[in-house]
Structure formats: structure tokens, C-alpha cells
Design a protein around this ligand. Structure first.
Ligand code: ADP
Ligand code: MG
Length: 294
């Protein structure tokens, strides 16, 4: 006997939404990040020349380059902190400048400069971020607990952040970056200044979350060994231009070298670069600016 089931429009929408949730994140066709001819100049100086690249969903993508190459400028443009002069950006299929609210909800950022409130506990720092990013109240506590445990900070959740070591602070910042379950996490030199053990541990956690949640990770680092270990693909930027893109193996083959460091030097030369004039800055201020634009 043929059974005909008639759903109300509302129920049908609920069923459709549930079905969409079951689809793996890799189903939609748009890449996580799509960039075409992105350009940025500061008073006539071109910091980022027209660059184009694509990052697939779930990929760990490393953006490497000497000091002043344009890495931070590119991340700032991708995350709506700096307006490009020209070019197209799509994050998860959204133009972050046209649909800033949707786009911002889809990514997380951890910058080179610390942005935690030392006068608050680890838990309070997480909670504030959860509120800012509209993580529903009932999801907030279990998610904070899971992330603090994952990053080995649960035992220290009630301690003031000012008492934490550099490695612990970085772990907390990155745990916080994952809190609103972003589709894309931007990490600008997340391991700068950490000892090898802390760096190693941090990447292990990031890799685990990348696998568990299929989070796309866009990172910059000066440590070639880290890039080789964690990144699926690597882009090398120098003087604002993309000079190579591929897997570590491809870059080595292309340059006829046997290490990523040697490949990097072959592609970017050995001359010393100045420290970025704009490396410092206050991330809290940047966040405030970003959220004011909502
Ligand atoms: N706000 C700014 N005003 C002027 N020049 C800037 C500004 N931000 C960055 N630059 C310059 O743009 C270039 C790229 O900087 P940046 O993206 O910070 O490099 P990286 O992160 O690769 O070290 C550098 O020469 C830097 O001095
Ligand atoms: Mg930088």
C-alpha cells in the first residue's frame, strides 16, 4: 500500500535543515578560500601584488615568506581587517566584504600578537569569545570544556591568564579560535617564540582538530619543519608576489633540493629582509574594529 505523508511547510524545512547538517562539509562545491588578483598598496608601495590561489576545504595551507613579504597583509585582507585595493576574495563562497557578518562567523583568527585578557581566567576568556561570536548558551559550556581539555588547559581553567607560560597562552588563544566552530582558522605565526616542545604539541592539537572538525587552516610560520610536517600544501610569497605553490615534495622537486628550507631559499634568495614595520599592533583593537563594522 502506498503511504502518502504530508508534511507542513515548517516541518519540511526542519527535515531539510537536519538533512543538510548530515552532509559532510566537503560536499558544497566552493573552495574554502578563493583569491583572485588580490592587491594591496600602502602610499604607493605595493605590499601585495596581484595574487591568486585557492585553498580547499579541510586543507592545512601554509603561507611562507621572508619578513615583509606580505603574509600578514594578505591575512588581514582575507579577514576583513584591511580593505584590498583590488581583487576578489571568497570565503566559503561568501565575499567577506559584501557579506561580512556571514563570512566573519565562518572564520577564526589568531594573530602574532597576544590578545588574551590576563586579568581574566582561561575560562572567562573563552566565555567572552563565545558570547561575542554568538555560540548558543547551551553549547558554550560543553564546547569550552572539550576544547580546554583538548588543549590540556582544563585543570588551569580557573587561573588568571597572566600566570600562564607563553605556550599555555598560545594554546588558549588557539582553543578560543576554534570555539565558534569556524570553517576556516587563520593562524599568523602561532608558534613564534615558543620552545620546540610547545610548538610540536600545538601543531598536534591543531592537526587533530583539523581532522575531527574538517576545519580549513591557513597558517603562516617561519619554521619550515612545521610547515612540512603539518601543511598539505605550501605557498611561498616574496616581495608581495606568489613565487611557488604546491606540496613540500613538489617544491623540493621543482627546485632540485632535498629540504623545504633549501627549496625556500632557492625560491626567495638568501638576502636578509627587514623586520616588518607593521608586525606589532594590538589585536584587541583590531577585533573591536572588526566587530564595530557589523
Ligand atoms: N599599515 C601599513 N602601512 C605601510 N606599510 C605597511 C603597512 N602594513 C604593512 N606594510 C608593509 O607591507 C609589507 C608587508 O608587510 P607584512 O604583510 O606585515 O609582511 P609579513 O607578514 O610577510 O612579514 C612590509 O614592507 C610592511 O612594512
Ligand atoms: Mg607578518
Amino acid at each position: 500500500m502506498l503511504a502518502v505523508v504530508i508534511f507542513s511547510r515548517r516541518k519540511w524545512r526542519i527535515i531539510q535543515a537536519a538533512f543538510r547538517r548530515q552532509q559532510p562539509k566537503s560536499m558544497p562545491p566552493s573552495p574554502a578560500i578563493q583569491v583572485e588578483n588580490l592587491t594591496k598598496s600602502f602610499n604607493g608601495f605595493t605590499a601585495v601584488k596581484p595574487i591568486s590561489f585557492q585553498v580547499e576545504r579541510g586543507e592545512i595551507f601554509a603561507f611562507l615568506g621572508p619578513n615583509g613579504a606580505g603574509k600578514t597583509t594578505t591575512i588581514k585582507m582575507l579577514t576583513t581587517l584591511l580593505r584590498p585595493n583590488d581583487g576578489k576574495i571568497l570565503l566559503d563562497g561568501f565575499d567577506p566584504w559584501q557579506h561580512s557578518r556571514e563570512a566573519r562567523q565562518r572564520f577564526g583568527i589568531v594573530f602574532q600578537d597576544p590578545s588574551l585578557d590576563g586579568e581574566q581566567t582561561a575560562y572567562e576568556n573563552m566565555e567572552l569569545h563565545g558570547i561575542l561570536y554568538h555560540v548558543p548558551r547551551q553549547e558554550r559550556a560543553p564546547r569550552i570544556e572539550a576544547l580546554l581539555k583538548q588543549f590540556e588547559l582544563w585543570e588551569r581553567r580557573k587561573d588568571y591568564v597572566k600566570t600562564f607560560s607563553g605556550g599555555m597562552k598560545r594554546r588558549l588563544e588557539i582553543a578560543r579560535g576554534f570555539l565558534h566552530t569556524p570553517g576556516i582558522l587563520f593562524l599568523d605565526e602561532p608558534t613564534l617564540g615558543l620552545d620546540p616542545q610547545s610548538r610540536n604539541q600545538l601543531w598536534t592539537h591543531i592537526k587533530t582538530l583539523n581532522q575531527q572538525e574538517q576545519t580549513t587552516v591557513f597558517l603562516t610560520t617561519h619554521y619550515m619543519d612545521e610547515a612540512e610536517r603539518v601543511a598539505h600544501r605550501i605557498a611561498i610569497i616574496d616581495h608581495g608576489a606568489l613565487v611557488a605553490i604546491g606540496t613540500a615534495a613538489e617544491l623540493k622537486t621543482r627546485t632540485g633540493t632535498d629540504s623545504l628550507e633549501a627549496a625556500f631559499l632557492a625560491l626567495t634568495g638568501t638576502s636578509l629582509r627587514d623586520e616588518s614595520a607593521n608586525a606589532g599592533g594590538d589585536q584587541l583593537r583590531r577585533f573591536a574594529k572588526m566587530w564595530q563594522k557589523r
